[in-house]
Design a protein around this ligand. Sequence first.
Ligand code: KG4
Ligand code: ZN
Length: 343
Amino acid sequence: MTLLAIETSCDETSVAVIRDGAVLSGIVSSQIKLHAEYGGVVPELAAREHLRNLIPVAHSALSAAGISVGQLDAVAATQGPGLPNALLVGFKAAQAVAFALNKPFIGINHHEAHLYSPWIESGGGTSAAIFSKFQANVSLIVSGGHTMLVLVESELKHRVLGGTIDDAAGECFDKTGKLMGLPYPAGPLIDQLAEQGDPSAFDFPRPLLHDVSDDFSFSGLKTSVRYFIRDHPALLDDRQKVCDLCASVQAAIVEVLVKKTIHAAKRNGVRCVTASGGVTCNRALRHELTRACEREGFVLRLTEKSLCTDNAAMIGILAERKLLVNVPLPSLDEEIKPGWVLA
Ligand code: KG4
Ligand code: ZN
């Protein structure tokens, strides 16, 4: 089966071509620079940029895969959750292609797709979903908009265990970085600066660390960084102190993410942990999750860095899997679901 997948839920315009579990091509056009001057994603600008980029990105994906539109057997797109106007661009374009070709169309939940991205491996210049290695797992989805723990009992069967009750972990990186004067998105910069800092220099709270739930909360941590900077303004003029601050904030976020993930896996009796979403690029998180899983004797599957942030390859891999097991197809007049909550 050859499938075209489109992802436009936020600020990445992405198109991928999938064939029999392999990613023939995956192109991502990021809008980060466009939104940086506003300090966050501006929904209307994101939608207009998707309109501008979608056709060129689709052309590039098809030509990189060596596939013509007529060779497609199915089309998929992100149906939700996401920014309404941004979702509309990719979703309606995908439906139109499916309608014109008279081929199946499938709308995908963006978060469900994140659950399977850790199983996509690259090697020899290609990427493929290695479902033969699949095992029941607890999956951490951690990005700028979301932080959640999901029990994936078997392929296509999952249950959400918990999520953030306020800010997402990526949002906490970005907002505390902004307080330090770092440009948006601050997450990758904090990661870099933290390399030269001391994670025990300053003590910040680890919210809900010992709470029995699988929920997260990061707004209190952000507030305590705000007060800390207000009380020590000179600190921002000292580069080493800024590195120490980055390392200390990062250590607090990472400790909560890692300990709660491991705890959820133990409590649910699974021996495999996976992680995806933009914050999974963070080196300290990757390092600490690796160490914790080694200690517990757990299998760890960290999504490859290029697939951590939003991409159409993960949408296509899940869509193909669903088509192969004959999930009921939505009709072509289905609409986007901007608030689609993973159950
Ligand atoms: O998944 P993503 O591209 O978009 C959504 O938010 O859906 O994630 C972007 C988030 C931003 O908050 C960004 O700061 C964070 O992921 N991020 C990082 C790193 N790379 C991206 N946070 C910490 N360390 C990183 N290396
Ligand atoms: Zn995402």
